[in-house]
Structure formats: structure tokens, C-alpha cells
Design a protein around this ligand. Structure first.
Ligand code: NAP
Length: 284
């Protein structure tokens, strides 16, 4: 049976470490601004939990809520306001944006000052990941995955890592971070032929495709490390439940380590947001 990688517990430890450091700061505390556009329920829930986590560790949070009809220009004005605000160390634009703005997502993100880009998604910061620059701000979810590997003593160096998904938010940056950590990385996506063959070869699997229980345990290599980023709401036994991209029970029987969903990568994303805010505060 696999060892469970407990993201909830690890995130609590990280928050406690941060809380301790922040409590010693006299004067201005680290500040995080969160911007949410539209009325997507899940996004509002995530923003609420991020603000709650800020309060727990002593980070001051600011929030701007904008309607779903907000124009690109109005949104950019809000971002520019936070760019100029000295109380704000990090700016998070909650994604996804409403349909009308979605094609401009990267253009809008790129108006966030690179040294306030707490989610590491500006073109500048993504470029720094490519060039392995020491001051790169790492995107929160991929950084959370790497932190879990580190804290559970899993060294990717020399290992075959398979990343399923190639989004700018998760798949691409985690592939770069694994590559920077000397793994041999394969990035699979919806056009990949014979994913089964790739799964059989991989020592580390990071699943970030948003397809409920797409990967069955029988498909993975024995003793593989499984990091499940997926968050999928499904109906089971008349109830709404959250599952990952990996079928947990069958994978738990073959893997050496596995993250549960919920309670794996999700809490780490929030912990890394706090960590990045603190690191930006130190820079400022
Ligand atoms: P996304 O932008 O929709 O990207 C999905 C990726 O998966 C795409 O690259 C797509 O390939 C690929 N894909 C889709 N179906 C596939 C299939 N059947 N076989 C192989 N590849 C497939 O999603 P995302 O933002 O990266 O998020 C992925 C998942 O992670 C979602 O469930 C999301 O909710 C979750 N997530 C969790 C956290 C967390 O904190 N735990 C944070 C962010 C996201 P193409 O490029 O070819 O279309």
C-alpha cells in the first residue's frame, strides 16, 4: 500500500512556520491583493479560503470583486492600482476569467508587475522558470507539488516523470520544475498517442487534466509516485463528491506514494500562495 502524501498536514506545517516568521515583523505586514471577476461559485469559494488562510498567518489581504461584464480596460485599471500600492506585495488574479475576457487572459496577467506576480504566471516569470533564474516566482500549484516531493524525501533527479496536462497554470510549469530538478520529463496531453505506454514507464506521475479518475491503478508502474492535481466534482451514490484524475483505491495498491483528493495538492496551492507573498514581501 502506498504511503499517503498528506497535503493538508504539510500545508498546516508551512502555515505554522510562516505565522511564526510573520509574527516577529514589526510595522507593515505582508499584503496580498486578490481580484475576482464574475460569479463563478467555485472561484468565490477559493478566494474565500485564500483570504481566510492569509488571516491565519498574519498576511493582510485586499479583495476586489468585479462583475462578469467587466471590460479588459477596467480590470487592467484595478491591477495597475494594486501595482502602485505599497501595502500590496502580491497580486492574484483568480482564474478562469469570464468567457468574454478569457482569450485575453495572458495579456491581462502580463499587466501585473513581475515582482508582484504572486502566482508566477506573467510571461516574465514563466521565462525565468525556463532559464532557471534564481529569482523566478514559481506558480503556486506546481510549487506545492515540488514541496510535497521534497518534504516526503522524493528526489526526482534521474527519474522518469510523466506530466499529464500542458496548461500554463499547471502542466507546463510543473514540467519545467521537474526538469530543473533533473527528472527526465514527458509532457502528455489530449493528442498524446498511447498514454498507457507512458504510464507504465513513469517513476513519477503528475496528473493535471481535469478528467475524473482517468488513470486506473492497473495502468501505472509498480511503486510509482502519484501526484494528483485534478479536482473533479462527480455524483456518487446520490452525493456530490470530489475526486482526482487518478482512481485512488486502485492506484493506492500499486504506488509507493500518492496524494489524496481532496487533501493533497489543493491545500498546498494555498500554502504556496502565502509562501510566495511572504517571499515577495521580503524582496520589497
Ligand atoms: P486545463 O487548462 O483544462 O488543461 C487540461 C490539460 O489536460 C490540457 O493540456 C489538455 O490537453 C489535457 N487533457 C485533457 N484531457 C486529456 C486526456 N483525456 N488525456 C490527456 N490529456 C488531457 O486544466 P488545468 O487548469 O491545468 O487544471 C487541470 C486540473 O487540475 C483540473 O482538474 C483543475 O481543477 C485542477 N487544478 C487543481 C489545482 C489544485 O490546487 N489542486 C490547481 C489548479 C488546477 P490539450 O492541451 O491537448 O487540450
Amino acid at each position: 500500500m502506498a504511503k499517503i502524501i498528506d497535503g493538508k498536514e504539510t500545508a498546516q506545517q508551512i502555515k505554522a512556520e510562516l505565522q511564526k516568521k510573520i509574527s516577529t515583523i514589526s510595522g507593515r505586514k505582508p499584503g496580498l491583493a486578490v481580484i475576482i471577476v464574475g460569479d463563478d461559485k467555485a472561484s468565490h469559494y477559493y478566494v474565500g479560503s485564500k483570504q481566510k488562510a492569509c488571516a491565519e498567518v498574519g498576511i493582510e489581504s485586499f479583495k476586489t470583486e468585479l462583475g462578469s461584464q467587466t471590460s479588459k480596460e477596467e480590470l487592467v485599471q484595478v491591477i495597475k492600482g494594486y501595482n502602485a500600492d505599497e501595502k500590496v506585495d502580491g497580486i492574484l488574479l483568480q482564474l478562469p476569467l469570464p468567457d468574454a475576457l478569457r482569450p485575453s487572459t495572458q495579456e491581462i496577467i502580463d499587466t501585473i508587475l513581475a515582482d508582484k506576480d504572486v502566482d508566477g504566471l506573467t510571461t516574465v516569470n514563466l521565462g525565468k522558470l525556463v532559464s532557471k533564474a534564481p529569482d523566478a516566482i514559481e506558480p503556486c500549484t506546481p510549487k506545492g507539488c515540488m514541496e510535497l516531493l521534497k518534504r516526503y524525501g522524493i528526489n526526482p533527479s534521474g527519474k522518469k516523470a510523466l506530466v499529464l496536462g500542458r496548461s500554463i497554470l499547471v502542466g507546463k510549469p510543473i514540467s519545467l520544475l521537474l526538469n530543473n530538478a533533473n527528472a527526465t520529463v514527458t509532457m502528455a496531453h489530449s493528442r498524446t498517442e498511447n498514454i498507457e505506454a507512458e504510464l507504465k514507464e513513469a517513476d513519477i506521475i503528475v496528473a493535471a487534466i481535469g478528467q475524473a479518475e482517468f488513470i486506473n491503478g492497473s495502468s501505472i508502474k509498480e511503486d510509482a509516485v502519484v501526484i494528483d492535481v485534478g479536482i473533479n466534482a462527480i455524483e456518487r451514490g446520490g452525493k456530490r463528491v470530489i475526486v482526482g484524475d487518478v482512481e485512488f483505491v486502485s492506484a493506492e495498491n500499486r504506488a509507493s506514494f500518492i496524494t489524496p483528493v481532496p487533501g493533497g495538492v489543493g491545500p498546498m496551492t494555498v500554502a504556496m500562495l502565502l509562501q510566495n507573498t511572504f517571499e515577495l514581501f521580503q524582496k520589497h
